[in-house]
Ligand binder design. Structure first.
Ligand code: PLP
Length: 445
């Protein structure tokens, strides 16, 4: 047993896993020497794999120079370089980068910048941020108010200002053709209806995960959806915020997932794959005029002590360099196609797989009771934990959730690092196959 019998640590639950010893590439080892394939890149974080020597070397070099420079006292070269690189990756006209230490902070920053922009424009009556159900935007109270996932938010409802929600597109559950633009427009038009109901003059922003993360399990929007959403936001003067905390960083095959639909937001949030787990880092990127409006009218009333930390930014620069040097986004597309084909092949053999979805190496499958009705497995089966535990025992890490709100369903994210090879894909699929077989034999029957 590698977990200490008594620990002073606590997290969300009493779940305790073995002690991590080391991690290299796509593999991790516990203190007993057992090897695991990191099939979810942690929580869709370690996009370039573990212990990358170029990133470690860049961090060592920066550590020898300085590890902290408070922003009221110094500018730092790593922060300047990372901001320049990030702006170059962002859509045209989004050249302003604000560093934070994680996804929730990036989302908080986006909402507060949007709000101050409205005030600067003399539109202080705009404060509502519409989001989707289900969705996940973070655990701090501001980001949680936007999160459409009641198990996490309900306890805190009295402490938060309720924010309007519209349903996330669920074409596969509604038996609609996701490749038909009419389907995308059907779901996007729910946003227009909601803006009108709320009173357009009160709506500040709409926040959307371009490819859904843990909340929906790699939900890819139907054709026409993202573009229509952009048009509606522009029509009503509502700022469009893309939460690319999980979908950004390259694993869909593009650095920002919204590039797949050639749509640009007004503000975006990024974290996770941005520094790939080497350090806590995130950023909010905004249109130049929004930032100018806010800075011209008293400044941005927001900030964090560790924003732009030089060590974190040096790691971020090295991660972006590595993605480019090793063509990891191209690899995510190629290897992702192999993995998706393999998951589809598993779906042909296992009736309980109701859907396989995702882009690049941002992939998921969903378990159901009945493939035709897509009725979820009974909640008592606790399938989302059971299958993860079986795979874990066999040395494969995957990430799961039971979606709530709109529909109930167990989905499993299969998102190995972007350095994965065909051999790794084979190993993942073989272990999943064995795990699904055992799950069927021991849990479903
Ligand atoms: N937004 C999205 C889409 C996420 O997936 C997450 C985390 O999973 C967050 C925000 C919050 O990020 P963090 O946990 O780093 O605060």
């Amino acid at each position: 047993m590698t977990t200490p019998p008594k620990s002073h640590l606590f997290y969300q639950s009493r779940l305790r896993r073995p002690m991590l010893d080391q991690a290299r590439g796509v593999y991790m080892w516990d203190l007993d020497g057992k090897r695991y394939l990191d099939g979810s890149s942690g929580a869709m974080v370690c996009n370039i794999g573990h212990s990358n020597e170029h990133v470690l070397e860049a961090m060592r070099r920066q550590m020898e120079k300085s590890t902290f420079g408070y922003r009221l006292h110094f500018e730092t070269e790593p922060a300047e370089r990372l901001a320049e690189k990030t702006a170059a990756l962002a859509p045209d006209g989004m050249d302003k980068v604000f560093f934070v230490s994680g996804g929730s902070e990036a989302v908080e920053s986006a909402i507060k910048l949007a709000r101050q922009n409205a005030i600067a424009l003399g539109e202080a009556q705009r404060w509502k941020v519409i989001s989707r159900q289900p969705s996940y935007h973070g655990s701090t109270l501001g980001a949680l108010a936007l999160t459409g996932y009641a198990p996490l938010s309900a306890a805190f409802d009295p402490m938060m200002r309720p924010m309007p929600k519209i349903p996330a597109p669920r074409a596969y559950l509604d038996h609609l053709d996701a490749s038909d633009e009419a389907t995308g427009h059907h779901y996007a038009d729910m946003l227009e209806a909601r803006i009108r109901d709320e009173g357009p003059e009160t709506v500040l922003a709409f926040i959307v995960e371009p490819v859904g993360g843990a909340s929906t399990g790699a939900l890819v929007p139907p054709a026409g959806y993202m573009r229509r959403i952009r048009e509606i936001c522009t029509k009503y003067g509502v700022l469009l915020i893309h939460d690319e905390v999980m979908s950004g960083g390259g694993r869909t095959g593009k650095f920002f997932a919204a590039e797949h639909w050639d749509v640009a937001p007004d503000i975006l949030a990024i974290s996770k794959g941005f520094a790939a787990g080497y350090v806590p880092l995130g950023a909010m990127v905004a249109k130049n005029e929004i930032v100018e409006n806010v800075l011209d009218t008293g400044g941005f009333l927001h900030g964090y002590t560790y924003a732009g930390n030089p060590l974190a930014c040096a790691a971020g620069v090295a991660v972006l360099d590595e993605i480019e040097r090793e063509n990891l986004m191209e690899n995510a597309t190629t290897v992702g196609a192999e993995l998706k084909a393999g998951l589809n092949a598993l779906m042909e053999r296992y009736e309980i797989i109701g859907d396989v979805r995702g882009l690049g190496l941002f992939l998921a499958f969903e378990l159901v009771c009945d493939r035709d009705t897509l009725e979820p497995l009974p909640r008592e089966l606790n399938a989302y934990n059971a299958l993860v535990d079986i795979a874990y025992d066999k040395g494969l890490i995957i990430y799961s959730r039971r979606t709530r709100g709109g529909y109930d369903g167990d989905h499993f994210l299969v998102c190995p690092p972007m350095i994965s090879t065909s051999a790794h894909v084979g190993e993942i699929l073989d272990t999943l196959d064995a795990s699904l077989r055992e799950f069927q034999e021991t849990t479903v029957n």
